[in-house]
Ligand binder design. Structure first.
Ligand SMILES: *Cc1c(COP(=O)(O)O)cnc(C)c1O
Length: 385
Protein backbone atom coordinates (compact mmCIF):
# COMPACT_ATOMS: atom_id res chain seq x y z
CA UNK A 1 0.00 0.00 0.00
CA UNK A 2 1.33 3.45 -0.88
CA UNK A 3 2.17 5.86 1.92
CA UNK A 4 0.60 8.66 0.00
CA UNK A 5 -2.76 7.17 -0.98
CA UNK A 6 -5.56 9.06 0.70
CA UNK A 7 -6.83 6.85 3.48
CA UNK A 8 -9.79 7.12 5.79
CA UNK A 9 -7.48 6.28 8.62
CA UNK A 10 -4.06 4.77 9.10
CA UNK A 11 -1.75 3.45 11.76
CA UNK A 12 1.75 4.52 10.81
CA UNK A 13 4.35 2.18 12.17
CA UNK A 14 7.77 3.74 12.61
CA UNK A 15 10.13 0.82 12.18
CA UNK A 16 13.15 3.03 12.85
CA UNK A 17 11.72 3.75 16.28
CA UNK A 18 11.18 0.02 16.82
CA UNK A 19 14.77 -0.74 15.85
CA UNK A 20 16.02 1.97 18.15
CA UNK A 21 13.89 0.54 21.00
CA UNK A 22 15.40 -2.91 20.41
CA UNK A 23 18.90 -1.47 20.70
CA UNK A 24 17.98 0.46 23.85
CA UNK A 25 16.50 -2.64 25.47
CA UNK A 26 19.47 -4.78 24.50
CA UNK A 27 21.74 -2.27 26.20
CA UNK A 28 19.58 -2.44 29.35
CA UNK A 29 19.90 -6.22 29.47
CA UNK A 30 23.38 -6.51 28.02
CA UNK A 31 24.13 -9.82 29.73
CA UNK A 32 21.07 -11.52 28.27
CA UNK A 33 19.68 -12.38 24.85
CA UNK A 34 16.57 -10.50 23.77
CA UNK A 35 13.28 -11.99 22.63
CA UNK A 36 11.02 -9.67 20.63
CA UNK A 37 7.47 -10.60 21.61
CA UNK A 38 5.32 -10.12 18.51
CA UNK A 39 2.14 -11.89 19.61
CA UNK A 40 -1.26 -10.37 18.79
CA UNK A 41 0.05 -9.04 15.47
CA UNK A 42 2.93 -7.35 17.30
CA UNK A 43 0.54 -5.65 19.73
CA UNK A 44 -1.36 -4.35 16.71
CA UNK A 45 1.72 -3.07 14.88
CA UNK A 46 1.99 -5.83 12.24
CA UNK A 47 3.81 -9.03 13.18
CA UNK A 48 5.92 -9.75 10.11
CA UNK A 49 7.41 -6.30 9.46
CA UNK A 50 7.98 -5.74 13.18
CA UNK A 51 9.61 -9.15 13.61
CA UNK A 52 11.91 -8.44 10.66
CA UNK A 53 12.86 -5.02 11.99
CA UNK A 54 13.49 -6.43 15.47
CA UNK A 55 15.85 -9.09 14.09
CA UNK A 56 17.64 -6.46 11.99
CA UNK A 57 18.23 -4.44 15.14
CA UNK A 58 19.72 -7.39 16.99
CA UNK A 59 16.86 -9.28 18.64
CA UNK A 60 17.93 -12.91 19.17
CA UNK A 61 14.56 -14.60 19.51
CA UNK A 62 10.96 -14.01 18.46
CA UNK A 63 8.07 -14.90 20.75
CA UNK A 64 4.35 -15.39 20.20
CA UNK A 65 1.48 -16.64 22.29
CA UNK A 66 -0.11 -19.16 19.92
CA UNK A 67 1.60 -21.70 17.68
CA UNK A 68 -0.44 -20.37 14.76
CA UNK A 69 1.19 -16.97 15.20
CA UNK A 70 4.64 -18.54 15.29
CA UNK A 71 3.94 -20.72 12.24
CA UNK A 72 2.82 -17.62 10.32
CA UNK A 73 6.16 -15.95 11.07
CA UNK A 74 8.02 -19.03 9.84
CA UNK A 75 5.84 -19.17 6.71
CA UNK A 76 6.76 -15.54 6.05
CA UNK A 77 10.39 -16.59 6.04
CA UNK A 78 11.52 -15.38 9.44
CA UNK A 79 14.64 -17.27 10.50
CA UNK A 80 16.11 -18.22 13.85
CA UNK A 81 14.55 -19.11 17.14
CA UNK A 82 10.81 -18.60 17.55
CA UNK A 83 9.04 -19.58 20.75
CA UNK A 84 5.30 -19.91 21.38
CA UNK A 85 3.61 -20.77 24.65
CA UNK A 86 -0.17 -20.86 24.50
CA UNK A 87 -1.24 -24.38 23.63
CA UNK A 88 -4.54 -26.19 23.67
CA UNK A 89 -5.06 -29.90 23.18
CA UNK A 90 -4.45 -30.97 19.59
CA UNK A 91 -1.53 -28.65 18.95
CA UNK A 92 -0.54 -28.13 16.13
CA UNK A 93 2.48 -29.82 17.74
CA UNK A 94 3.84 -31.66 14.75
CA UNK A 95 3.75 -28.61 12.48
CA UNK A 96 5.48 -26.63 15.21
CA UNK A 97 8.23 -29.23 15.62
CA UNK A 98 8.76 -29.41 11.88
CA UNK A 99 8.93 -25.62 11.71
CA UNK A 100 11.71 -25.68 14.33
CA UNK A 101 9.76 -23.73 16.92
CA UNK A 102 10.52 -23.77 20.64
CA UNK A 103 7.46 -24.97 22.50
CA UNK A 104 6.59 -23.52 25.89
CA UNK A 105 5.07 -26.32 27.93
CA UNK A 106 3.37 -25.72 31.27
CA UNK A 107 1.87 -29.08 32.18
CA UNK A 108 1.93 -32.83 31.71
CA UNK A 109 -0.78 -32.99 29.08
CA UNK A 110 1.16 -30.61 26.87
CA UNK A 111 4.47 -32.39 27.35
CA UNK A 112 2.83 -35.72 26.47
CA UNK A 113 1.28 -34.29 23.30
CA UNK A 114 4.63 -32.74 22.31
CA UNK A 115 6.43 -36.04 22.87
CA UNK A 116 3.84 -37.94 20.85
CA UNK A 117 4.18 -35.51 17.97
CA UNK A 118 7.98 -35.71 18.12
CA UNK A 119 7.76 -39.48 17.81
CA UNK A 120 5.49 -39.14 14.75
CA UNK A 121 7.69 -36.46 13.20
CA UNK A 122 10.88 -38.44 13.87
CA UNK A 123 12.37 -35.23 15.19
CA UNK A 124 13.05 -34.09 18.77
CA UNK A 125 10.75 -31.32 20.04
CA UNK A 126 12.47 -28.31 21.54
CA UNK A 127 10.52 -27.70 24.73
CA UNK A 128 10.80 -25.03 27.38
CA UNK A 129 9.29 -25.99 30.71
CA UNK A 130 7.23 -23.23 32.27
CA UNK A 131 7.13 -22.85 36.03
CA UNK A 132 4.24 -21.12 37.77
CA UNK A 133 6.34 -19.26 40.33
CA UNK A 134 3.36 -17.26 41.55
CA UNK A 135 1.45 -15.69 38.64
CA UNK A 136 -1.26 -18.29 39.03
CA UNK A 137 -2.01 -18.42 35.32
CA UNK A 138 -0.21 -20.68 32.85
CA UNK A 139 2.68 -22.88 34.00
CA UNK A 140 3.44 -25.77 36.31
CA UNK A 141 2.90 -25.47 40.06
CA UNK A 142 5.90 -26.22 42.29
CA UNK A 143 4.14 -29.33 43.63
CA UNK A 144 3.79 -30.74 40.10
CA UNK A 145 7.26 -29.69 38.91
CA UNK A 146 9.12 -32.89 39.84
CA UNK A 147 6.75 -34.98 37.73
CA UNK A 148 7.04 -32.64 34.73
CA UNK A 149 10.82 -32.47 35.00
CA UNK A 150 11.13 -36.24 35.35
CA UNK A 151 8.95 -36.86 32.30
CA UNK A 152 10.93 -34.31 30.28
CA UNK A 153 14.26 -35.84 31.29
CA UNK A 154 12.98 -39.29 30.33
CA UNK A 155 11.82 -38.01 26.92
CA UNK A 156 15.13 -36.23 26.42
CA UNK A 157 17.05 -39.48 27.09
CA UNK A 158 14.81 -41.17 24.52
CA UNK A 159 15.76 -38.50 21.97
CA UNK A 160 12.21 -37.19 21.71
CA UNK A 161 12.72 -33.78 23.26
CA UNK A 162 15.46 -31.35 23.92
CA UNK A 163 14.75 -29.16 26.98
CA UNK A 164 15.99 -25.84 25.67
CA UNK A 165 14.59 -23.59 28.35
CA UNK A 166 13.23 -23.16 31.86
CA UNK A 167 11.05 -20.12 32.29
CA UNK A 168 8.35 -18.28 34.15
CA UNK A 169 6.34 -15.05 34.10
CA UNK A 170 5.86 -12.24 36.63
CA UNK A 171 2.58 -11.19 38.18
CA UNK A 172 3.47 -7.63 39.17
CA UNK A 173 6.83 -6.61 37.73
CA UNK A 174 5.23 -3.28 36.83
CA UNK A 175 4.83 -2.47 40.53
CA UNK A 176 8.38 -2.10 41.84
CA UNK A 177 8.69 -3.43 45.38
CA UNK A 178 5.58 -5.60 45.07
CA UNK A 179 6.19 -8.47 47.47
CA UNK A 180 5.42 -11.06 44.79
CA UNK A 181 8.54 -10.10 42.84
CA UNK A 182 11.16 -11.32 45.29
CA UNK A 183 9.07 -14.39 46.03
CA UNK A 184 8.76 -15.30 42.37
CA UNK A 185 12.49 -14.83 41.76
CA UNK A 186 13.32 -17.07 44.71
CA UNK A 187 10.91 -19.76 43.59
CA UNK A 188 12.22 -19.52 40.02
CA UNK A 189 15.79 -20.06 41.22
CA UNK A 190 14.65 -23.08 43.24
CA UNK A 191 12.68 -24.63 40.38
CA UNK A 192 15.56 -24.07 37.94
CA UNK A 193 18.03 -25.59 40.43
CA UNK A 194 15.77 -28.60 40.90
CA UNK A 195 15.56 -29.25 37.15
CA UNK A 196 19.30 -28.77 36.68
CA UNK A 197 20.03 -31.21 39.53
CA UNK A 198 17.88 -33.76 37.70
CA UNK A 199 19.99 -33.33 34.56
CA UNK A 200 18.20 -30.61 32.59
CA UNK A 201 20.69 -28.44 30.70
CA UNK A 202 18.67 -25.47 29.41
CA UNK A 203 20.11 -23.06 26.87
CA UNK A 204 18.05 -20.26 28.37
CA UNK A 205 16.44 -19.48 31.70
CA UNK A 206 14.05 -16.53 31.56
CA UNK A 207 11.39 -14.67 33.49
CA UNK A 208 11.72 -10.96 32.61
CA UNK A 209 9.00 -9.10 30.68
CA UNK A 210 9.27 -5.41 29.73
CA UNK A 211 8.84 -3.93 33.22
CA UNK A 212 11.39 -6.38 34.60
CA UNK A 213 13.83 -5.55 31.82
CA UNK A 214 13.52 -1.88 32.71
CA UNK A 215 13.59 -2.11 36.50
CA UNK A 216 14.87 -5.49 37.73
CA UNK A 217 18.36 -6.38 36.48
CA UNK A 218 18.50 -9.38 38.81
CA UNK A 219 15.65 -10.92 36.77
CA UNK A 220 17.40 -10.90 33.39
CA UNK A 221 19.02 -14.38 33.54
CA UNK A 222 19.90 -15.62 30.00
CA UNK A 223 17.05 -14.08 28.03
CA UNK A 224 14.55 -11.26 28.40
CA UNK A 225 11.13 -11.26 26.74
CA UNK A 226 10.18 -7.74 25.71
CA UNK A 227 6.78 -6.87 24.33
CA UNK A 228 5.29 -3.47 25.07
CA UNK A 229 8.63 -1.68 25.44
CA UNK A 230 9.59 -2.66 21.89
CA UNK A 231 6.64 -0.64 20.72
CA UNK A 232 7.88 2.36 22.68
CA UNK A 233 5.25 2.26 25.38
CA UNK A 234 6.02 2.28 29.09
CA UNK A 235 4.64 -0.81 30.84
CA UNK A 236 3.07 1.48 33.40
CA UNK A 237 2.93 5.27 33.78
CA UNK A 238 4.04 4.83 37.40
CA UNK A 239 7.37 3.43 36.19
CA UNK A 240 8.09 6.39 33.93
CA UNK A 241 7.42 7.72 30.48
CA UNK A 242 8.83 6.08 27.36
CA UNK A 243 11.33 8.96 27.10
CA UNK A 244 12.53 8.25 30.66
CA UNK A 245 13.69 4.86 29.35
CA UNK A 246 14.96 6.11 25.99
CA UNK A 247 12.02 4.50 24.17
CA UNK A 248 10.03 6.00 21.32
CA UNK A 249 6.38 5.13 20.58
CA UNK A 250 6.11 3.27 17.28
CA UNK A 251 2.44 3.69 16.31
CA UNK A 252 0.73 6.90 15.20
CA UNK A 253 -3.02 6.56 14.66
CA UNK A 254 -4.69 9.21 12.55
CA UNK A 255 -7.74 9.75 10.40
CA UNK A 256 -8.91 12.14 7.76
CA UNK A 257 -11.62 14.48 9.07
CA UNK A 258 -14.69 13.45 7.09
CA UNK A 259 -16.98 16.45 7.66
CA UNK A 260 -16.80 19.90 9.23
CA UNK A 261 -20.07 21.74 9.88
CA UNK A 262 -21.61 24.59 11.82
CA UNK A 263 -24.23 23.75 14.42
CA UNK A 264 -26.18 25.95 16.80
CA UNK A 265 -25.87 25.88 20.58
CA UNK A 266 -27.94 23.27 22.40
CA UNK A 267 -27.42 20.65 19.67
CA UNK A 268 -27.13 17.06 20.85
CA UNK A 269 -24.16 15.11 19.46
CA UNK A 270 -23.98 11.38 18.68
CA UNK A 271 -26.05 8.53 20.11
CA UNK A 272 -27.86 9.33 23.33
CA UNK A 273 -27.02 13.04 23.11
CA UNK A 274 -24.48 12.73 25.92
CA UNK A 275 -22.83 15.88 24.59
CA UNK A 276 -24.79 19.05 23.88
CA UNK A 277 -23.06 21.99 22.20
CA UNK A 278 -22.61 24.82 24.70
CA UNK A 279 -23.10 27.46 21.98
CA UNK A 280 -22.73 28.01 18.23
CA UNK A 281 -19.78 25.88 17.19
CA UNK A 282 -18.28 23.64 14.56
CA UNK A 283 -18.16 19.86 14.70
CA UNK A 284 -15.63 17.58 13.04
CA UNK A 285 -16.38 14.00 12.13
CA UNK A 286 -13.58 11.50 12.76
CA UNK A 287 -14.15 8.30 10.77
CA UNK A 288 -12.95 5.78 13.38
CA UNK A 289 -15.09 3.89 15.86
CA UNK A 290 -15.21 0.93 18.15
CA UNK A 291 -15.10 -1.43 15.16
CA UNK A 292 -11.62 -0.02 14.64
CA UNK A 293 -10.69 -0.58 18.28
CA UNK A 294 -11.46 2.93 19.52
CA UNK A 295 -12.68 2.25 23.04
CA UNK A 296 -16.31 3.23 23.63
CA UNK A 297 -15.24 3.92 27.20
CA UNK A 298 -13.33 6.90 25.80
CA UNK A 299 -16.66 8.57 24.90
CA UNK A 300 -16.66 12.16 26.09
CA UNK A 301 -13.09 12.04 27.41
CA UNK A 302 -10.29 11.09 25.02
CA UNK A 303 -8.13 13.71 23.28
CA UNK A 304 -7.54 14.17 19.54
CA UNK A 305 -5.19 16.63 17.84
CA UNK A 306 -6.95 18.50 15.01
CA UNK A 307 -5.36 21.49 13.26
CA UNK A 308 -2.94 22.14 16.09
CA UNK A 309 -5.39 21.89 18.99
CA UNK A 310 -6.41 19.16 21.38
CA UNK A 311 -10.10 18.39 21.06
CA UNK A 312 -12.13 15.95 23.10
CA UNK A 313 -14.35 13.16 21.82
CA UNK A 314 -17.82 14.76 21.98
CA UNK A 315 -20.46 12.29 23.06
CA UNK A 316 -20.37 8.61 22.28
CA UNK A 317 -17.86 6.75 20.16
CA UNK A 318 -19.99 4.87 17.61
CA UNK A 319 -19.09 1.77 15.62
CA UNK A 320 -17.44 3.64 12.76
CA UNK A 321 -17.12 7.26 13.76
CA UNK A 322 -17.04 9.87 16.49
CA UNK A 323 -17.34 13.65 16.65
CA UNK A 324 -15.13 16.36 18.11
CA UNK A 325 -16.25 19.89 18.97
CA UNK A 326 -13.93 22.20 17.02
CA UNK A 327 -15.02 25.29 18.96
CA UNK A 328 -15.76 27.35 15.84
CA UNK A 329 -12.54 26.49 14.00
CA UNK A 330 -12.97 25.34 10.42
CA UNK A 331 -10.17 23.04 9.39
CA UNK A 332 -10.55 21.75 5.84
CA UNK A 333 -12.36 18.50 5.28
CA UNK A 334 -9.60 15.93 5.01
CA UNK A 335 -7.51 17.60 7.74
CA UNK A 336 -5.54 15.11 9.76
CA UNK A 337 -6.92 14.12 13.15
CA UNK A 338 -4.21 12.46 15.22
CA UNK A 339 -5.56 10.27 17.99
CA UNK A 340 -2.19 9.26 19.38
CA UNK A 341 1.47 9.07 18.49
CA UNK A 342 4.88 9.67 20.06
CA UNK A 343 3.60 12.92 21.59
CA UNK A 344 6.42 15.17 20.49
CA UNK A 345 4.43 16.56 17.58
CA UNK A 346 1.85 17.90 20.03
CA UNK A 347 -0.40 14.87 19.65
CA UNK A 348 -1.78 12.77 22.53
CA UNK A 349 -0.18 9.42 23.32
CA UNK A 350 -1.61 5.91 23.68
CA UNK A 351 -1.13 6.47 27.41
CA UNK A 352 -3.45 9.51 27.26
CA UNK A 353 -6.07 7.31 25.59
CA UNK A 354 -5.54 4.58 28.17
CA UNK A 355 -6.15 7.03 30.99
CA UNK A 356 -9.27 8.39 29.24
CA UNK A 357 -10.67 4.90 28.69
CA UNK A 358 -9.71 3.48 32.09
CA UNK A 359 -7.38 0.88 30.64
CA UNK A 360 -3.70 0.29 29.86
CA UNK A 361 -1.81 1.46 26.79
CA UNK A 362 -1.15 -2.20 25.87
CA UNK A 363 -4.86 -2.53 25.14
CA UNK A 364 -5.13 0.74 23.22
CA UNK A 365 -2.60 -0.24 20.53
CA UNK A 366 -3.38 -3.96 20.46
CA UNK A 367 -7.11 -3.44 19.85
CA UNK A 368 -6.71 -1.32 16.71
CA UNK A 369 -8.75 -3.28 14.19
CA UNK A 370 -7.98 -4.82 10.83
CA UNK A 371 -9.99 -2.13 9.03
CA UNK A 372 -7.18 0.34 9.79
CA UNK A 373 -4.27 -0.15 7.39
CA UNK A 374 -0.83 -0.36 8.96
CA UNK A 375 1.59 1.79 7.01
CA UNK A 376 5.09 0.64 7.82
CA UNK A 377 7.66 3.37 7.54
CA UNK A 378 11.36 2.78 7.54
CA UNK A 379 12.65 6.31 7.38
CA UNK A 380 11.49 9.06 9.70
CA UNK A 381 11.64 11.75 7.02
CA UNK A 382 8.88 9.93 5.15
CA UNK A 383 6.42 10.67 7.94
CA UNK A 384 3.76 13.08 6.88
CA UNK A 385 2.37 16.05 8.76
C1 LIG B 1 3.10 -10.99 26.47
C2 LIG B 1 4.17 -11.70 27.20
C3 LIG B 1 5.42 -11.09 27.40
C4 LIG B 1 5.72 -9.65 27.04
O1 LIG B 1 5.21 -8.82 28.07
P1 LIG B 1 5.46 -7.24 28.02
O2 LIG B 1 4.99 -6.76 29.34
O3 LIG B 1 4.64 -6.73 26.89
O4 LIG B 1 6.91 -7.07 27.80
C5 LIG B 1 6.42 -11.85 27.98
N1 LIG B 1 6.18 -13.13 28.34
C6 LIG B 1 4.98 -13.72 28.20
C7 LIG B 1 4.79 -15.12 28.65
C8 LIG B 1 3.94 -13.03 27.63
O5 LIG B 1 2.74 -13.62 27.49
Amino acid sequence: MSDTAPLRARAEIDLDALRSNVRTLRARASGAALMAVVKADAYGHGAVPCARAALEAGADWLGTATPQEALALRAAGLPGRIMCWLWTPGGPWREAIEADLDLGVGGMWALREAVGAAREAGQAARVQLKADTGLGRNGCQPADWPELVEEAVRAERAGLVRVTGLWSHFAAADEPGHPSIAGQLERFREMVAYAEERGVRPEVRHIANSPAVLTLPESHFDLVRTGIALYGISPSPELGTPADFGLRPVMTLSASVALVKHVPGGHGVSYGHHYVTPGDTTLGLVPLGYADGIPRHASGTAPVLVAGKWRTVAGRVAMDQFVVDLGGDEPAVGARAVLFGPGDGGEPTAEDWARAAGTIAYEIVTRIGTRVPRVHQHVKSERDG
